[in-house]
Design a protein around this ligand. Structure first.
Ligand code: AMP
Ligand code: MG
Length: 405
């Protein structure tokens, strides 16, 4: 499916609205950072040569001339043989080339007793040492997170070019589906999938467009598909299997959506369908809630990340060990729900005891999807498996800081 997905072009957004977006142009620094030499500590700005002989036994006494504080008036030049009071972040006076920290000094009226030497550059944050003007700050494909936002903010860059967010139409199918809060007549169920996939799309950074659920008739699904094709990507849910009321694929054909493939060898999620309308990706995920979630996460999300501008859209599994032995019918790759915890050197995964494709409670608290290879029938306790971290990620009973202290 990946080749059918490509970034959509770019737009310029405010830095304050760029969180989670992928940048579409390299970003280059505008000026040196720090923009001026400043002090890294509270203390006294000196000429290193004036204090080179200072030690606790041979302190040096120098007259105090002036003060420099962050945001204050710029200090005048430092005359040889004098010191200037200085605070963290304050500009260094011209001529000063080192700072003696406050802890190594004593104040005596308008003189300062210096008990430590301070070589040139000591405790000085020199102009341009963090970022030099015209340095490359961000590369195409970097994702905006708080750190990236901070860096651009520090450079007074208030707008950034990012890839456009795809609009993804979500089309649920099924006579039994009702919207959240609707009266549930006998035989009806809530269209929970649409809320799940809406949330998953938001987390990725795509724009979900939830269409009203279509009933299981060809005309209704076809009409809904035509509407859905206004979006950049279409995801249908349900009606894609072999039942007498599974009309989605027929509706694809009638609307002119070209079939790509149908059925994947993963469990859950076998009846996934992929098709294209004039190059636009159309994916039919199965209606079973777990199948819908897992096929979305494992197969659809990487495609959307690519479209969002992520140059490395594939999720990277981590290695973990199974807590318990597991027997299964081989044949399909199985994506099993599990809880992962850190234990000593290892990440241990405990498979949920209900792996059916319809059980929503089996997703509560899940933070790992274990990838069980197609050909394996038996897995031993302690065996290594690959795991996709999911949702809230790893947590544990003990804080890392408690363990390290
Ligand atoms: P289907 O793929 O249409 O055969 O549906 C398979 C199962 O998933 C059936 O039990 C449906 O009732 C259920 N289902 C289908 N679509 C949804 C949905 N949007 N939300 C929750 N359950 C659904
Ligand atoms: Mg159905």
């Amino acid at each position: 499916m990946l080749p059918a997905f490509a970034p959509l072009g770019e737009e310029e957004v405010r830095l304050t609205e760029s969180s989670g977006r992928y940048v579409s142009r390299d970003v280059v620094a505008r000026f040196d950072s720090p923009p001026f030499d400043n002090s890294a500590m509270d203390g006294y700005a000196v000429r290193a040569a004036d204090v080179s002989a200072a030690s606790p036994d041979t302190p040096v006494r120098l007259p105090l001339r002036g003060e420099s504080r962050a945001g204050g008036a710029l200090p005048g030049p430092l005359k040889p043989g004098t010191v200037c009071r200085i605070f963290t972040g304050a500009p260094m006076p011209l001529g000063a080339d080192a700072v003696v920290i406050q802890e190594d000094t004593d104040r005596d009226d308008d003189e300062v007793v210096i008990r430590e030497a301070s070589p040139e550059g000591k405790h000085v944050r020199a102009q341009g040492t963090d970022v030099s003007s015209s340095a490359l700050l961000l590369r195409v494909g970097d994702r905006m997170w708080p750190g990236e936002i901070g860096l651009l903010a520090s450079q007074n860059i208030d707008r950034v070019h990012v890839f456009r967010r795809p609009k993804v139409a979500l089309l649920s199918t099924g006579d039994e589906l009702r919207a959240l809060g609707d009266e549930l007549d006998p035989g009806a169920i809530v269209n929970s999938n649409v809320y799940v996939l809406t949330e998953m799309l938001r987390t990725l950074g795509a724009i979900p467009i939830a269409l009203p659920a279509a009933r299981d008739t060809l005309p209704e699904i076809e009409a809904a598909l035509r509407k859905a094709l206004e979006a950049d990507v279409v995801i249908t849910m349900g009606g894609v299997s072999v039942g007498a009321y599974d009309f989605v694929q027929e509706a694809f054909k009638n609307v002119g959506i070209e079939p790509g493939f149908w059925k994947v060898r993963i469990k859950p999620g076998k009846p996934l369908a992929f098709a294209q309308y004039e190059g636009k990706p159309v994916i039919g995920v199965p209606g079973n809630p777990i199948s819908a979630m897992i096929t979305f996460e494992v197969l659809v999300a990487p495609c959307l990340r690519k479209m969002l501008g992520d140059p490395q859209p594939h999720p990277q599994p981590v290695v973990a060990r199974l807590r318990n032995a597991y027997r299964r019918r081989p044949g399909r790759v199985e994506i099993a729900r599990a809880v992962a915890t850190r234990e000593g050197e290892d990440v241990i995964v405990e498979l949920h005891d209900r792996q059916g494709s319809g059980s929503l409670p089996s997703f509560v608290g899940v933070n790992a999807l274990v990838i069980l290879p197609a050909d394996k029938a038996e897995l031993a306790a302690g065996e290594k498996v690959e795991v996709l971290l999911w949702g809230p990620g790893l947590s544990g009973a003990t804080s890392v800081f408690e363990r390290l202290s």
